[in-house]
Write a protein that binds this ligand. Structure first.
Ligand code: FNR
Length: 387
């Protein structure tokens, strides 16, 4: 066997990644009213220096009320561009690619970030998870597909997004895409997963609208497809979409589709139909996650618990690249996923935070020369040439 698949480059729309070890988007709750800070510079910079082929800015809100917590990233004004560009330029100088996940938190907006909850120091903090208006939040201005709370104990009660609001959000995605281009990002990922705005629309559990955005599969997926097309029209580069392949409600509600052919919840059958439409609308790679839209979801969490979703989509949606994510923590497992053709790239979340030098160690495990990239490589070759 020659080069392990994890170390094979991949090219999408003219952008070439050095390998298939990709960092998953992760909220860091460290922004200054949506702006990237020194934290993000060091966070992404460190990963670029250690051989990760692909980095991704966490869920970045296209409007202020689209943040999950007050400390989340945003890209709703031109002032957000320069701090992002500073990170992007450094990452590029060190051999990695970097994208941004454009997001709107929908009915799960305005919650306290984990470290604020623990400290409980924010004015107005009551011990729950809602970021009240007094605690820098906007709990009274949270929008979902319908006025149905994710969980009244932990989340604000949303109002139904009006048609005017939906138009406003489409414009916000368009403006955000132009800003992402100005910041120099290599690709854009649409956050369509985990119970946030777009997932609120496509899942029948959170969407009881009676207009053109609710009811049928076609209506529920309309907004996600419209936003995809708007971005595609304003962005020449690679376009990714993160989807939740299932609400995991089989054990609670029975099959995804009832005996009359009505969809009860969102599952793999609809995801497969949606994936084909997303591909036709210009999505290059589907980043396959799951869950997050209903607290009753029954997860079988364990190593690689979402891989079967990725594998199904890889087999059934030709022409669409697939990313696998979810408790993938060893180079051997990641290599196996690529080898079995279950996915085209592997994304790592928590493992990156635990072992930031994973790519260098993966190279050792899989028998590849573990040369670091960028500035480290220049220092490295200097040393080799001087001995
Ligand atoms: C996440 N995850 C996540 N997903 C996403 O699409 N956008 C995001 O901003 C975040 N934020 C986030 C923060 C933190 C601290 C964690 C741990 C996770 C989910 C993440 O991308 C990934 O899908 C899961 O963590 C599963 O992969 P791992 O961690 O098991 O490799």
């Amino acid at each position: 066997k020659n080069v392990p698949k994890l170390f094979e480059p991949i090219t999408i729309r003219g952008v070439s990644w050095p390998n298939r070890m990709w960092v998953a988007p992760m909220c860091m709750y460290s922004s200054d009213y949506g702006k990237a800070t020194d934290f993000h510079f060091v966070h992404h910079g460190s990963m670029a220096l250690r051989g990760w082929g692909n980095l991704m800015f966490e869920a970045t809100a296209v409007v202020p009320e689209g943040r999950i917590s007050p400390e989340d990233m945003g890209i709703w004004s031109d002032e957000h561009i320069a701090p992002l560009k500073r990170v992007v330029d450094f990452v590029h100088a060190n051999g990695a690619k970097i994208g941004i996940q454009l997001a709107h938190a929908g009915r799960k907006a305005s919650t306290l970030s984990p470290w604020v909850q623990r400290k409980g120091q924010q004015a107005g903090w009551t011990g729950g998870e809602v970021a009240t208006d007094e605690a820098n939040g906007w709990a009274s201005d949270v929008k979902g597909a319908s006025a149905i709370s994710f969980d009244p104990a932990t989340n604000p009660h949303p109002t139904e997004a009006s048609l005017e609001y939906i138009e406003h959000i489409k414009e916000a995605y368009k403006a955000a895409t132009k800003r992402a281009k100005a910041a120099g990002f290599d690709y854009v990922e649409i956050h369509g997963a985990h119970g946030y705005f777009l997932h609120n629309f496509y899942s029948p559990l959170s969407n009881q609208r009676t207009d053109q955005y609710g009811g049928s599969f076609e209506n529920r997926t309309r907004l996600g497809l419209e936003i995809t097309k708007i971005i595609r029209d304003n962005w020449d580069g690679p376009l990714l979409y993160r989807v939740s392949a299932s609400d995991w409600l089989e054990a609670v509600e029975g099959p995804e589709k009832d005996a009359n052919g009505e969809w009860r919840w969102w599952g793999l059958e609809q995801t497969t139909m949606y994936a084909k439409l997303l591909r036709d609308a210009g999505v290059d790679l589907l980043d396959v996650s799951s869950g997050g839209n209903d607290p009753r979801g029954q997860y079988k969490v364990g190593p690689g618990y979402q891989i079967h979703f990725a594998e199904h989509l890889k087999k059934n949606v030709p022409g669409l690249l697939i990313g696998a994510v979810g408790l993938i923590t060893t180079p051997q497992k990641a290599e196996e996923i690529l080898d079995k053709d279950q996915a085209d790239v592997v994304l790592f979340g928590r493992e990156v935070l635990r072992h930031i030098d994973f790519p260098l160690r993966a190279a050792e495990h899989l028998g590849v020369a573990a040369n670091p990239a960028g500035q480290y490589e220049r220092a490295w070759s200097r040393m080799l040439s001087s001995i």
